[in-house]
Design a protein around this ligand. Sequence first.
Ligand code: GDP
Length: 353
Amino acid sequence: MSRPLPSSDHLVGAVASGDRVALARAITLVESRKPEHRLQAQKILGSLPSPSPPSWRIGVTGVPGVGKSTFIEAFGKNLTADGKSVAVLAVDPSSRRTGGSILGDKTRMPSLANDPAAFVRPSPSAGTLGGVNRMTRETMLLCEAAGFEVVLVETVGVGQSETIVADMVDFFLVLMLPGAGDELQGIKKGIIELADMVAVNKAEGDNAVRADQAAAVYRNALSILSPSDDGWRPPVVLCSGLTGMGLEDIWTTISAHRDQALTSGTFQDKRSRQHVGWMWSMIEEGLMDDLLADPSTRDFISNLERDVAAGTIPAPLAADQAIAQRSFGIDSETAKNSKTKAPKTKRSKTGKP
Ligand code: GDP
């Protein structure tokens, strides 16, 4: 039997006082699929204090093996040594498939995970990417309310995860490997466009020349992009998570970006835009969940899928039928003309027709 949950007010108070156990319990609530937990999570999120000054939200991305965990561990330790508290979160779409979290795993960042000024939380592993997005954002709010000044959100270049993380942070750092060879062929143009800074990692020792070559290629790639709204031109720097080279300069640049954004007002504009975008992505997610919650509707749509694939029904008509079926129930004429068998009953979440 699970323990009874403390009241929302109690949890909010405990989280705000920096109680780690309460923080972990609140995160468990936002990651739960149980409706009563969701409800309580929403109550808690609605009552959390906002940190002032605002937290530092920093995204870190790069292909597996680029050195993210080594970098975050060294970077995070520098920050805690400087008196800052640091939370590390992760968005890892692959963990949905493997059932285990790779990113943000405490074993990958042992000294940060054992640092009393740090909090390392693996990627939520359940649900859709949209669900992981929501959980990570909500966890970020909880960590901020618990007093963590810097939130580092780690991700890999899989699917939409980079866009999702870039959309929830103030500063997006892209780590790249040295070398102007094969790795560069694989640069996704999109990721360069999302970057507020590119850091060529592992640039120490024998790698220095190849790192310089890579940096030149990235500078060139960035120079043809127009600057962002706030006039920021993403710099390309060299670093090494292993030796600590360049890490202080990266923090100095992130600070300069923040100062500029706070002074010009683009900091708050960007956060406001992100919050509105977040609302819309939750609306989309909620509507999709609602649509697909009923087994007969799922069957109906998977039949439509098959018919669209076979070319027996045009995609737009199938989409209309799927949406209409959910909103109004399928009309007998459509059902007669459709090759897809409509479900017998129409479901409504509220139980109303
Ligand atoms: P991740 O998969 O991106 O998290 O990468 P890891 O941090 O696990 O590092 C992958 C490999 O690269 C490990 O063998 C690390 O020891 C090595 N590595 C990480 N950072 C550096 C670095 O700055 N320089 C060098 N030479 N190797 C590094």
